[in-house]
Design a protein around this ligand. Structure first.
Ligand code: SAH
Length: 418
């Protein structure tokens, strides 16, 4: 159930595998660095979620720090990685794939590494515990409600995945049942029975995914109970989380990460900021309180819809959102001769592109704050920016994904002139 950051399955596609191989994640060098911890997850060898199971947390942080230091050596000083006080049960988005074995046993959990075989997981050490319990209970309820799991090979059956999101600050819980068809027999009784076991569930959504695809979610959402979304709070602002919108999975670290990103923007209340790859508008909305004006740009239409609602919800009026490709949008801004004082960019793992980066150089904002979830693409993009007039002041890694090899980084760049 772990390790899935987006609307994708756990196991990488062929392209993702190639990408991983070419770029190399921070792997532990020697087997001996795997401490003989008693705390090893029983699914460690089977499940594709955690690469660092059995490794002491201190050692994990050391490995990530050393990796970032080496990777960013040509550019800047790397501040000490910000780790977690308690690195367990941090994921507030929990996803389980459902399947049925040949013997007819229903299984729910993560995919075995590099396969589509579902590893039956009772509880996971990095997932929020109530969310895990909900998935366990759904698994137990399926038989009495005569709900069949979906079979990828034959296309028969109904339930494909379950997604649970819990608001860290609000405690609100959203359960998304991903079905191959919009019809869930005795849906009202199912929801009633589930809510009886878990009264904290505030909304249940049926997501229809009837395609042969490796995406978890389909396009259509039908609300079975509640509002169809939950809310959570970060850095004093309230955000709506819909089934498909991106929202960081580790709320404790996200708050620190966003605070740092905004701190690095050095806002005085007058600046014009571009929040690129803005998702549901989180960073821009938090920053807007201390800025003159914020422009958010994001490719995903649902995320932009949430961003507009989020701005209203927080009574932020000095922000505008655009549903567009960030690169294309920036090229147009540069062509129009628009100005920006700060660009905050938070691209996906694949990083930014030359259209975007070359327009940043044209606009030449005094500061660029690069929030990255892909260290190698960060290094690639820094190479471009430093060749074209920017200096990297510092980079601060954040451990948002303990027990996995993923690293988030906040990087601060300033314009020195062409
Ligand atoms: N800043 C947000 C989201 C970061 S995730 C947050 O902290 O929550 C990266 C975002 O980039 C996703 O929302 C994704 O939909 C968006 N994205 C991916 N490619 C893009 C592109 N070419 N142009 C604009 N946005 C893009």
């Amino acid at each position: 159930m772990a390790g899935n950051q987006g609307n994708y399955r756990e196991n990488p596609t062929r392209n993702e595998k190639k990408y991983k191989k070419a770029n190399g994640q921070p792997r532990l060098k020697e087997k001996s660095s795997r401490a003989k911890s008693d705390n090893v997850c029983p699914y460690a060898k089977k499940c594709g979620g955690c690469d660092y199971q059995g490794v002491e947390y201190k050692e994990q942080l050391k490995t990530k720090q050393a990796y970032m230091k080496k990777l960013l050596k040509p550019f800047c000083f790397v501040e000490p990685i910000v780790g977690m006080k308690n690195p367990l049960y941090y994921r507030h988005k929990v996803h389980a794939a459902f399947d049925c074995t040949r013997r007819g046993q229903i299984v729910a959990g993560a995919y075995r590494k590099n396969t589509h075989d579902v590893v039956d997981i009772e509880s996971c050490m990095i997932e929020e515990q109530e969310s895990d319990e909900i998935i366990r209970d759904i698994k137990d309820m399926l038989r009495s409600f005569r709900i069949k799991t979906y079979d990828e090979d034959t296309g028969y059956g109904l339930l494909r995945h379950v997604l649970v999101r819990k608001g860290y600050a609000t405690g609100q819980i959203m359960v998304v049942l991903v079905l191959a068809s919009p019809i869930l027999p005795s849906k009202n009784n199912f929801v009633k029975a589930l809510r009886k076991k878990h009264p904290n569930i505030t909304t249940v959504v049926l997501n229809v995914n009837d395609k042969k695809t490796s995406m978890v979610l389909g396009d259509r959402n039908i609300t079975l109970y509640g509002k169809g979304f939950i809310e959570d709070k970060l850095c004093g602002c309230t955000f709506r989380i819909s089934p498909g919108s991106f929202y960081q999975v580790n709320p404790v670290q996200t708050e620190l990460l966003y605070e740092k990103a905004i701190h690095e923007a050095h806002l005085t209340g007058k600046e014009r900021i571009i929040d690129a790859y803005c998702g549901t508008g989180t960073i821009g909305i938090i920053a807007a309180k201390n800025a003159g004006e914020v422009i958010g740009v994001e490719l995903n239409r649902d995320a932009i819809r949430d961003a507009v609602i989020n701005a209203k919800r927080n009574d932020i009026r000095n922000i505008r959102f655009y549903n567009d490709d960030a690169g294309k949008f920036m090229v147009e801004m540069a062509q129009k001769g628009e100005k920006a004082d700060v660009v905050i960019m938070d691209p996906p793992r694949t990083g930014s592109d030359e259209a975007f980066l070359s327009s940043v150089v044209k606009l030449s904002p005094e500061r660029v704050v690069y929030v990255s979830c892909g260290p190698e693409t960060l290094a690639r993009d820094l190479k471009y920016l430093t060749k074209h007039g920017y200096t990297v002041k510092r980079a601060t890694p954040y451990d948002c994904f303990p027990f996995t090899s993923h690293i988030e980084t906040v990087c601060c760049l300033t314009f020195q002139g062409r």
